[in-house]
Each structure stands twice: as structure tokens, then as C-alpha cells.
Design a protein. Sequence first.
Length: 90
Amino acid sequence: MTIEIPKENRQQAITSIERYFDENMEEKIGNIAAGALLGFFLEEIGPLIYNKAVADVQERLQLRVSELDLEIHEDEFQYWRKYERPRKGR
């Protein structure tokens, strides 16, 4: 599965990569090279991050589903209990 990002976000990422190189590396990186580097990261590392996020969501959902019984449990056969009178002690 190819990880796609919206055009606006892609441009922001490319600008960020260019800035990173400008501030932290000895050589600048151009727009085309930054775009290629972003493409590499998305293809090579993107799936790792994506899969981790999916696993985190699955874990969280499984926890919520396991707690569902506690949150929405209803006791059965309650109709007659509302008509019962407390019994007097002997």
C-alpha cells in the first residue's frame, strides 16, 4: 500500500526538509532532491510508522471492547424485583 499525503502537506514537508538541511547540514538541498528524499522516507519508513499506528489503535480498541461489558451490562429478570417488598426479619 502506497502512503499518499495531500499536495499541501507534501509541499510543507519538502519545505521542512529544505530548512532542516539549511540549518543542520553543510550542504543545502534543492526542492527536487527534498521531494525525492520525502518520497524515499514515505516508501521506506512510512509503512513502519503506519503499521505501528494501526497496531496501537487495535490495542486500544480491543481494550475498549473488553470493557464494554462493564459499561453497558444490564442485569436480567429485573421486572418482578421492582414489585417485591422487603421481607421482615423473624
